[in-house]
Design a protein around this ligand. Structure first.
Ligand SMILES: Nc1nc2c(c(=O)[nH]1)N[C@H]1C(S)=C(S)[C@@H](COP(=O)(O)O)O[C@H]1N2
Ligand SMILES: [Mo]
Length: 528
C-alpha cells in the first residue's frame, strides 16, 4: 500500500514535471520566435560546439549526414535534456510535498514545496548563466551585446519561473482532483468525463496546437533548407546572383535583424569607443569591391564558394575614428548570433577589409548578414563575420568560434582552380570541340594565369581568361579542347596567382583545418 502510494506520487510528479518542462520550452520558443531571444537549445550548442575538435566535428558530420543533422541533433538533445531534468524535478517536488507533514492542511501545495521549487529554479538559473556566460549576448533580432545579455538573463529567469509555477499549480490541481474524485466516487448523473479532465484536455489540445504551429514556423525559417548551398557547374556566372550565393551558418535559425534595434560598436583598446546606427554607417564614405568568399571546409573542386560585388565602409575608417591605443594585436568581431571571429590588427587596417552592407547592389540578404557583415578578402569565409555588431580591439591572440575547435592557425586562402563545365558525367564525342570552363582564385593576390592539362599533367596549355576578376576575386577561364580519339582522359587544371606563384599540387585535406589544397582532376569519357 505504501509502495503503491510512492509510485503514484512519483508518477504524478513526473507527469507534472513533463507538463511544466513542455510549457517552459514553449515559452522559450515563443520568445525566440517573436523577439529573437536566444534559447537554451541554441545557446548550449553555440557554447559547446567550439569545444569539439576538428576531426570529431567532421567525423560526426559524416556519421550524421551533414552539418544540418548535427545541428538538429544538438537542438533536439537540449530540448530532450531539459524535459528529462524537468520530469526529475517534478518527481522530487512531489516527494518533498508528500513527505511534508504540513501537506494534510493544504493538499498538493506546501510552504516547504514552494521553497524547494524556488531553490531549484534559482540554482538552475544561476547554473545556466554560469555555463552559458560566453554566449549570453546573443540576440537574433539584433539587439547590441549589452542589452542582449540583460534580455537573455531575464528571459531565462522568466522561463524557469514559468516552469516552477506550472509545477506547483499543476501538481496542486492533480492532487486536488484526486481527493475530490475520492469524495465524489459515486457516478454523478451519468457524466462520463469530469469537468477537470475536460478542461485539462482542452488545455492540452490548445497547448499542442500552439506549439505545433510555433515549431512549424521556426522550422520554416530554419537553415536546413539552405545551409551548405553551393554555387558552380556549367551555368556559372562570374558574379554569383544573391539567391545562389553559397551559405554556411552555425545557426539552426538564422538572425532576422531589426535594423532600428541593431548597432555597431567599436570597443576594447580604444580611447574613444563608439556606437553607430545603420544610417551613420551608410552615410560614411564607401567603397565598392568585387570579392570572392570560400569556406575553409571547401574541398578541392568544391563549390562552397561564390563571388559578389560588395559595398561598404573600410573597417580601418571605423577603427581610426576611435583612436586605437598602443599594443593592439587583433580585432575580435562579435555577431548578433553569438558568433565571434578574429584576425590580425594589420589585416583589419587593410583598406580592402570592409564592413559591407550591400551585395550586388542590394541590401545584404538576411542569410548573408543583414544589415552588415565583415568582408576580409583573402582569408577563409569564417572570418567574414555576418550580422556583425561589435568590433573589439585586443592586445592578445584571441580565438573565435571555429578556431577554438582547432581550425587554423593559418586562415589564408591558398590558390585554387576547378572545372565547372562541361558536365563530365556525360560522355564526350571524339573529334568534337568541347568548351572547358571553370574558375580560378588566388585569395587576395589575384590570378595571372590558368593552365589545363588533358594528359594527367604531362603537358599544359594556357587557358583563356574570360572574366578577369578583381585582385580579390575569382577569374573565370575557358579552353577549347578536341579529343582526337575515344578513351578516358585525365584532365587537370592549375592557376598561378597575381604574384607569380604557381598553385600547389600538394594534397592537403579539409581535416587539416587550414583549407584543402591539391589540383582538381576530372575524368572525361570520350566515345567514338
Ligand atoms: N555571425 C556569423 N558569421 C559567419 C558565420 C556564422 O555562422 N555566423 N559563418 C561563417 C562561415 S564558416 C562562412 S564560410 C561564411 C559564409 O558566408 P556566406 O553564408 O555569406 O556565404 O560566413 C561566416 N560568418
Ligand atoms: Mo566556413
Amino acid at each position: 500500500m505504501i509502495r503503491e502510494r510512492l509510485f503514484r506520487t512519483i508518477f504524478a510528479g513526473l507527469l507534472t514535471g513533463l507538463v511544466a518542462a513542455l510549457l517552459m520550452t514553449l515559452v522559450m520558443a515563443l520568445l525566440r520566435y517573436s523577439l529573437g531571444f536566444a534559447s537554451t537549445f541554441e545557446m548550449f550548442g553555440d557554447r559547446f560546439a567550439p569545444l569539439l575538435p576538428v576531426d570529431l566535428f567532421l567525423r560526426l558530420q559524416g556519421i550524421l549526414g551533414g552539418y544540418d543533422q548535427m545541428k538538429g541533433l544538438g537542438v533536439g538533445s537540449v530540448i530532450a535534456g531539459q524535459i528529462i531534468v524537468g520530469c526529475t524535478g517534478g518527481a522530487l517536488y512531489a516527494l518533498v510535498v508528500e513527505r511534508d507533514p504540513a501537506r494534510r492542511r493544504a493538499p498538493g501545495i506546501t510552504r516547504r514545496g514552494i521553497l524547494f521549487v524556488a531553490l531549484v529554479v534559482g540554482l538552475a538559473w544561476l547554473g545556466t548563466l554560469a555555463l552559458l556566460r560566453p554566449v549570453l549576448d546573443t540576440n537574433f533580432r539584433g539587439s547590441p551585446p549589452g542589452p542582449a545579455s540583460v534580455m537573455t538573463v531575464l528571459a531565462l529567469l522568466f522561463s524557469f519561473v514559468v516552469f516552477g509555477l506550472t509545477l506547483v499549480l499543476v501538481y496542486r490541481a492533480i492532487t486536488r482532483s484526486e481527493s475530490s474524485d475520492e469524495g465524489a466516487s459515486a457516478p454523478a448523473g451519468g457524466r462520463l468525463i469530469g469537468r477537470r479532465a475536460f478542461l485539462a484536455g482542452v488545455a492540452g489540445l490548445g497547448f499542442a496546437l500552439v506549439s505545433g504551429e510555433l515549431f512549424r514556423r521556426l522550422f520554416d525559417r530554419a537553415t536546413f533548407s539552405y545551409d551548405g548551398l553551393t554555387y558552380g557547374g556549367p551555368g556559372l556566372q562570374a558574379i554569383t546572383p544573391n539567391d545562389q550565393f553559397y551559405v554556411v551558418t552555425k545557426n539552426v535559425v538564422d538572425p532576422l535583424v531589426e535594423r532600428s534595434a541593431w548597432r555597431l560598436g567599436v570597443t576594447g583598446l580604444v580611447d574613444d569607443p563608439k556606437t553607430y546606427t545603420f544610417e551613420q554607417i551608410a552615410s560614411m564614405p564607401s567603397v565598392e569591391q568585387e570579392t570572392t568568399l570560400s569556406c575553409i571546409s571547401n574541398p578541392v573542386g568544391g563549390e562552397l564558394m561564390s563571388n559578389a560585388m560588395w559595398k561598404g565602409v573600410p573597417l580601418r575608417d571605423l577603427i581610426e575614428a576611435s583612436s586605437p591605443r598602443e599594443g593592439v594585436v587583433e580585432v575580435v568581431l562579435h555577431a548578433v548570433d553569438g558568433y565571434t571571429d578574429t584576425f590580425s590588427f594589420e589585416k583589419a587596417l587593410d583598406p580592402t577589409t570592409l564592413v559591407a552592407y550591400e551585395m550586388n547592389g542590394e541590401p545584404l540578404p538576411d542569410r548573408h548578414g543583414y544589415p552588415a557583415r565583415i568582408l576580409v578578402p583573402g582569408l577563409f569565409g569564417e572570418k567574414n563575420v555576418k550580422w556583425v555588431t561589435r568590433i573589439e580591439l585586443v592586445d592578445h591572440d584571441a580565438k573565435g568560434f571555429y578556431e577554438t575547435q582547432g581550425w587554423g592557425p593559418n586562415f589564408v586562402q591558398p590558390t585554387r582552380s576547378r572545372f565547372d563545365a562541361p558536365d563530365f558525367a556525360r560522355p564526350l564525342r571524339a573529334g568534337q570541340t568541347v568548351g572547358l570552363l571553370g574558375i580560378a582564385y588566388g585569395g587576395d593576390r589575384g590570378v595571372s594565369k590558368v593552365e589545363v592539362s588533358t594528359d594527367d599533367g604531362r603537358s599544359w596549355r594556357e587557358a583563356r581568361i574570360d572574366h578577369q576578376g578583381s585582385k580579390l576575386a575569382w577569374s573565370v577561364w575557358s579552353h577549347d579542347w578536341r579529343p582526337e580519339g575515344p578513351g578516358e582522359y585525365r584532365l587537370v587544371v592549375r592557376a598561378t596567382d597575381g604574384e607569380g606563384e604557381l598553385q600547389t599540387s600538394e594534397v592537403r585535406r579539409v581535416g587539416s583545418g587550414m583549407g584543402a589544397t591539391g589540383l582538381h582532376k576530372v575524368t572525361a569519357r570520350v566515345e567514338a
